[in-house]
Write a protein that binds this ligand. Structure first.
Ligand SMILES: C[S@@+](CC[C@H](N)C(=O)[O-])C[C@H]1O[C@@H](n2cnc3c(N)ncnc32)[C@H](O)[C@@H]1O
Length: 299
């Protein structure tokens, strides 16, 4: 059996009882190690908690070498551990499809994900639109396909969850060119960098999917002991130091209910200024008021 097991957001003990029971009977255990990190636990602590060795699975192993993960999963039990929920990242459906095509039995054991725990910032999960990913810009690569998705969400009043890039086990261009297996230290995008990239692309596009005054909420280390929220405008949060990773950002949509606003005000440095920014932003993309059709004149 191939088990895909969600580890939850932060602690070793965030795993579900069913997930832990499955791990206990597994012959091999892999920990997916490139889409997220378990903030409050090291690999050694996990191994100690499970009483079993755990192999770190980087992108290369999961995407190109997944046959190793799937090996003998018809005769043995193999666990593939994912921080958050196994389907909280787009990548793991591929592993399940491959296993199914090979006739291997698969069981998924879910857990909390950033995709639902984000609700603890006070915004209703029901009024979120498409989630987008913000990648690190380089001198020659500044992808902005997320911009249209934010625009689409905001046009119909929905909030946008922005997930921020993580670079683990990346090679520099020089080391790659020289075939040297030397890896750069891990990098995690910060709230301020994400806001700077948002502002840069809005300035280039100029089509006002959002503005520097658009209200946003920074979400840091969700589910950990140091979890933090900060509400402000994009411009303000481009100067905000959110501390240790992991970070995510929510861009507000027009459909911000008064209870949502009340919750967010507690996270603002200047409550009144944030309230005014939300009120002003609600005018963006506001549909024209409904006008009743003119009555037909029977005579
Ligand atoms: C590709 S997603 C993987 C999501 C994970 N599988 C899950 O279900 O939660 C990784 C990104 O989600 C966001 N993220 C994940 N966990 C987070 C947390 N605890 N606090 C804030 N952001 C988080 C960060 O932006 C991170 O770079």
């Amino acid at each position: 059996m191939l088990y895909l097991i969600g580890l939850g957001l932060s602690y070793t003990t965030d795993i579900t009882v069913r997930g832990l029971e499955a791990i206990k009977k597994c012959d091999r255990i892999y920990l997916e190690h490139y889409t997220s990190i378990l903030m409050a636990a090291s690999l050694e602590e996990l191994e100690q908690f499970y009483g079993k060795p755990v192999t770190l699975a980087d992108r290369e192993l999961v995407e190109s070498g997944c046959e190793e993960i799937l090996r003998d999963a018809d005769k043995q039990d193999v666990a593939f551990l994912v921080v958050g929920d196994p389907f909280g990242a787009t990548t793991h459906t591929d592993l399940v499809l491959r296993a199914k095509r090979q006739g291997l039995p698969v069981e998924v054991i879910h857990n909390a994900s950033v995709m639902n725990a984000v609700g603890s910032c006070g915004l209703q999960l029901y009024t979120f639109g498409q989630t987008v990913s913000m990648v690190f810009f380089t001198d020659s690569w500044r992808p902005d396909s997320w911009y249209n998705k934010i625009w689409e969400n905001r046009k119909i009043g929905l909030h946008t969850l922005v997930l921020l890039d993580i670079k683990v086990k990346e090679q520099s261009i020089e080391n790659m060119a020289r075939g040297r297996l030397i890896y750069e230290p891990p990098r995690y995008m910060s709230i301020s960098q994400c806001c700077e990239q948002l502002l840069e692309i809005e300035e280039t596009r100029g089509t006002k999917a959002y503005t520097p005054e658009t209200p946003v909420v920074a979400i840091s280390r969700l589910g950990s002991a140091t979890q933090e929220f900060k509400s402000g405008t994009i411009e303000e949060l481009s100067r905000y130091d959110a501390g240790e990773p992991l970070h995510s950002l929510v861009i507000l949509g027009r459909q911000c209910h008064e209870l949502e606003l009340e919750y967010l005000l507690d996270f603002a440095s200047d409550r009144e200024a944030f309230k005014q920014a939300v009120i002003k932003d609600q005018e963006y993309f506001k549909p024209a008021p409904w006008v009743p059709p003119a009555e037909e004149d029977d005579e």
